[in-house]
Design a protein around this ligand. Sequence first.
Ligand code: GRG
Length: 297
Amino acid sequence: MFDLKAYLKAKQQAINAALGKLWDNSEPYPTLLVQAMRYSLEAGGKRLRPVLCIAASEAVGGSEADVMPAACALELIHTYSLIHDDLPAMDDDDLRRGKPTCHKAFNETTAILAGDALQAAAFEVLATEGRNKRGDALKRLEVIYLIARAAGYLGMVQGQMMDISSEGKEITLGELERLHRLKTGALIEASVQTGAILGGGSSQEIAALGAYGRHIGLAFQVADDILNVEGTPEMLGKPVGSDRAHQKATCPSLMGLEQAKVRAGELIDSALEELRIFGKKGEPLAALAQYVVERTR
Ligand code: GRG
């Protein structure tokens, strides 16, 4: 049976090592800014997006090395989004992963700038790798386009805007799903697509993995909503029930807890369906899909 725990541990270690090397050239500026960037980056995230990127590359016959810089770039963008999400102007959270949020550990200005710099660094990493491997230039350009789109006004930032604008308002399940697909799903989908493209997948494989990414991206947010109701502060590293406190519509609030669990299960089944063409090479992605909904943090 596939050992997801060992797989996750090995990939997380490799990703952490690669992320650590990104700062080798920051020597001329050993500033508070880089400290704040690293503080949040090294705060104990699960590295789900880079792991998905690597697993997608491996599913199409590519390697970990092929996609490691892009995998790091995805984590840089994710970390920036968490820093900004925690700011007083947004969710105003004091804790993330059981540690003070970036603006609490440093200050608000530094946290805003650390988030900005992490996002720019992500595209720097993606473009640098493209310059070093010119043969891959078109694929890398495609990936830069996909990630920029998923992160910005047509993806995550738009989803965040919708999320904040809908606080305290009644929204439909369809509107909630659209918001979730953008806020959380878009970057997860782009992570899987990035791995598939840079790993050398065929168009059929890239399309199948894109659909897999779309399903698990939404399932991830449904699971997050469920955790926000059922999780404990120890599991989440921060107080629970923040969605209710912010009067946020969630899957459990709109469809009930049990139905939300059914929905998460359906999404995972649809994701697994997309993996059929990969046979054994799709095992890590299949296990990761289950993990997305069964995780406790
Ligand atoms: C501020 C532009 C901007 C966007 C923020 C993704 C996001 C949009 C906000 C995060 C808020 C949140 C808690 C969303 C729920 C889903 C989510 C992204 C959880 C955190 O991701 P994990 O669980 O985090 O992968 P770790 O810490 O493991 O990396």
